[in-house]
Ligand binder design. Structure first.
Ligand code: GDP
Length: 464
């Protein structure tokens, strides 16, 4: 009984009384869910690293591995065998199941880890935003080989160091816990000196991005030679100076998010679909709070239409109910499929999410060459919603580190500035203040296919 009281104490909406079935057994699943995104400069070894881990943890069969090896040899890139595990099936695996960006799952001793995909090419950023907006933690992979680490951090233009950009993006979208996997150490003879140089160069930068030292963990690895991934290293050169945990042990030590089971339902639609079992009006998405079961009445925002949960599936298996933290595919009764769209939020009928037509954001501008002005047109990305919007008012320019106001009503925003702005989307969009509901309060602004700013919602000004 005390446990229940504890849960209810955390409730922010006083009048909301969760139904008893929502809370039952909610602790039965002793392994907690953690959504993890892997980021880093192209060719740092992200796919190799994760492919290897999945293989070592038994998520990829020998047969699949053999097929991958054969295919990658045929294409003349033998070393890419592990990378294929992720890249090849990514789209297929993601389609129709849970989330567009989730490509793989593995388990550690304490956690069920959902790996969010972040492809390394130039289309990466929009996917990463979708991914990072669901991520609880991130692994930043850096290439330790001489020249490569530097290239990931420095440079200009197209090939500009993505290590910086990704770290900044992930943090600006609210991810606090980071593991830095210093990869390809085999290429530098597992040199401690090289590891230290990389750590000492990157650490001040991560601090600037807003990562707290206590939440950043560093681990030397070699994905190619399987050193320090799922077991402690066996390489004498590395063993000589590193006795700490391996990568998967560090993942296991990450703090999973609190599951907001007893808060009103928020189920963010990632993808709309139809299937024989789910019916014509169905979608895949993640339960950010609350719970559903078959027969639950829900209000689908932004349309406001009330529907009934007809069917719940998880990776093709039927479920009777699902709770906060889980990714599910849901079939609905009594609603036209046209009312469902990515970025929509399925809510408790009495506690729908605000549909904002004007809101305030605290932004960080990226390396932009064209300034952002009052009236600038942008593509707005919020969780799975993407729509045109206007920067309607530049409220203030902030000191990027202290957050204090430098100037009211600046005329323009240039690269790497922090500011408060008001956004007017072309249509109402489901959002919440970041401090109330993180996932629904992270935004990115893009223009001409490039991300120009990222930030968090500080105020919902007008709603539909
Ligand atoms: P991604 O773009 O970050 O996903 O990088 P990939 O996984 O595709 O790897 C890029 C290249 O680096 C491939 O040729 C890999 O074989 C190579 N690579 C990955 N990990 C290691 C490593 O630990 N050591 C060495 N020497 N090469 C690696």
């Amino acid at each position: 009984p005390n446990k229940l009281a504890d849960k209810l104490r955390g409730l922010t909406i006083e009048s909301y009384i969760p139904e008893s079935w929502m809370l039952q057994d909610s602790d039965k699943d002793s392994k907690q869910l953690l959504h993890l995104i892997v980021v880093g400069h192209v060719d740092a070894g992200k796919s190799t690293l994760m492919g290897r881990i999945l293989h070592l943890l038994g998520q990829v069969t020998q047969k699949e591995m053999h097929k991958n090896e054969k295919e990658s040899k045929q294409q003349g890139k033998g070393s890419f065998a592990y990378a294929f595990v992720l890249d090849e099936g990514a789209e297929e695996r993601a389609r129709g199941v849970t989330m567009r960006v989730a490509v793989a799952h593995f388990e550690t001793s304490k956690l069920r880890v959902v790996l969010l995909d972040a492809p390394g090419h130039k289309d990466f950023v929009p996917n990463m935003i979708s991914g990072a907006s669901q991520a609880d933690s991130a692994i930043l992979v850096v290439d330790a080989s001489i020249g490569a680490f530097e290239a990931g951090l420095e440079g200009e233009g197209q090939g500009r160091g993505q290590t910086r950009e990704h770290a900044q993006l992930v943090r600006s979208l609210g991810v606090e816990q980071l593991i830095v996997a210093v990869n390809k150490l085999d290429a530098v003879g597992f040199s401690k000196q090289r590891f230290d140089v990389i750590k000492n160069t990157l650490q001040p930068f991560l601090r600037q991005c807003g990562f707290k030292d206590g939440y950043v963990q560093w681990v030397p690895v070699s994905a190619a030679e399987n050193q320090n991934l799922t077991t402690t290293t066996t390489d004498p050169a590395l063993k000589a100076w590193y006795g700490g945990p391996c990568l998967v042990e560090l993942v296991d030590s990450l703090e999973p998010p609190r599951r907001l089971v007893s808060r009103p339902l928020r189920l963010v639609i990632a993808e709309v679909m139809s299937s024989r079992t789910l019916g014509p009006s169905a979608f895949g998405g993640k339960l950010e709070s609350g719970a559903i079961r078959i027969g639950t009445k829900v209000r689908v925002m932004p349309s406001g239409v009330v529907a009934t949960v007809k069917c719940i599936e998880q990776q093709g298996h039927h479920l009777a109910l699902a709770r906060a933290g889980e990714g599910v595919d849901v079939g609905l009764h009594g609603i036209d499929p046209g009312m469902l769209a990515p970025g929509g939020v399925v809510c408790h009928p009495d506690y729908p999410v605000p549909v904002a037509i004007r809101f305030e954001v605290r932004l960080l501008t990226l390396d932009i060459s064209t300034p952002i002005l009052k009236g600038s047109q942008v593509d707005l990305h919020v969780h799975h919603a993407r729509l045109p919007a206007r920067v309607d008012h530049l409220v203030s320019l902030l000191d990027p580190k202290k957050g204090t106001v430098l100037r009211q009503c600046p005329r323009r925003l240039t690269a790497n500035q922090s500011a408060i702005v008001e956004i007017v989307p072309d249509e109402g969009v489901c959002i919440e203040k970041y401090i109330d509901f993180r996932v629904l309060g992270r935004v990115a602004l893009r223009e001409g296919g490039k991300t120009i700013a990222v930030g968090i919602v500080t105020r919902v000004i007008d709603t539909n």
